[in-house]
Design a protein around this ligand. Sequence first.
Ligand code: TXA
Ligand code: MG
Length: 369
Amino acid sequence: MQTLRLTVEAGNPESRASRAAIARAAEILRAGGMVAFPTETVYGLGANALDAAAVGRIFGAKERPRWDPLIVHIGEAAMLEQVAAEVSEDARRLMDAFWPGPLTLLLPKHPGVPESVTAGLEKVGARMPAHPVAHALLVAAGVPVAAPSANRFGRISPTTAAHVAEDLDGRIDAILDGGETTHGVESTVVDVREGECVIYRPGMITLEQLRSVCRGDVKFRTELEESEAAAPAPGMGVRHYAPRARLVLVEGFPPGLHVALIDEVNRLEEAGEMVGVMAPEGFKAALMAMRKKPFDPRGFTMGYDTVHVYPWGSWEKPEELAQKLYAGLRWLDAAGVTAIVCPLPEPVGIGAAVRDRLLRAGSREEFGV
Ligand code: TXA
Ligand code: MG
């Protein structure tokens, strides 16, 4: 299949050309096709959530196993009636506080939503994205849109249209290019239960933000009673978000952080690996001083036999690390490194989401529950 490229003008989603691109994408969705589109987190691969055949195509294009449920996206509050059978008072409070935005709520599924969307589960993940292009597309389509991240299953989530094309060109009907996504890491997935909220996947809405709104307790799924925490859950405990290169994770405690990273670089280079680094600010200077191999004056990222350094961002600004995480991993993969040395942020605020993705990307466990 030929994948159509549709472009929204940067910073101008209201222009004639932008509106025409969005209208075309909406038409494809209504006709049962698949369109990749930007959200504030990552690009999603959308299809009409109420059309079982359209949803089935998503699993095919991504090579995604059927046990992994999809998030349903809505453009306006009224659309939720087609997705959720009921919305509790507690869920409503979270929506009022964080929608539109990067929060996915698990709600009792409406019978009109095909079983394949939720992988047979009783609850459906629903979210209202804040990205202006996503919003305009969802409103124009007029149907709820099931959309996982627009990557091949298990691979790195896409934050640009070019990333989507790398994984899905020729497999989907269209890519709606709306530029780079804003946050770079996926939505927080929360199960709203009687008296407590359980975070299934940490994301851009932090534990601290949820605590400020939820009336009950807020905890991570891993903190539940052992029997429940150990039960298999969709998307948990499997290798995901993974670069091709082997990921070597290093606990990111300053002030010894640069030294710990450089120790790994030296060790891997001695073992004959082509090394890439997800480098916090200030790392290059430290590397020049401490690298065992002679420094190549052509620069770090040029030519054969040099360390490939991706300027990740300030270690003190997890939102910056989140925004560039996937782009950095893809960039190092494209450079052809065999190992990526990467520090692990502390599980605080947005750092919890970045840490979660890195631990899964580095997991040895292969796909499958
Ligand atoms: O930010 C995001 O959430 C992006 C954008 C495109 O909206 N979407 C996204 O979708 O990350 P995906 O499919 O890559 O990840 C969705 C994950 C599933 O793997 C699963 O862990 C969880 O959300 N999920 C979805 N529906 C669920 C359900 N009914 N029960 C439990 N977990 C669910
Ligand atoms: Mg995904």
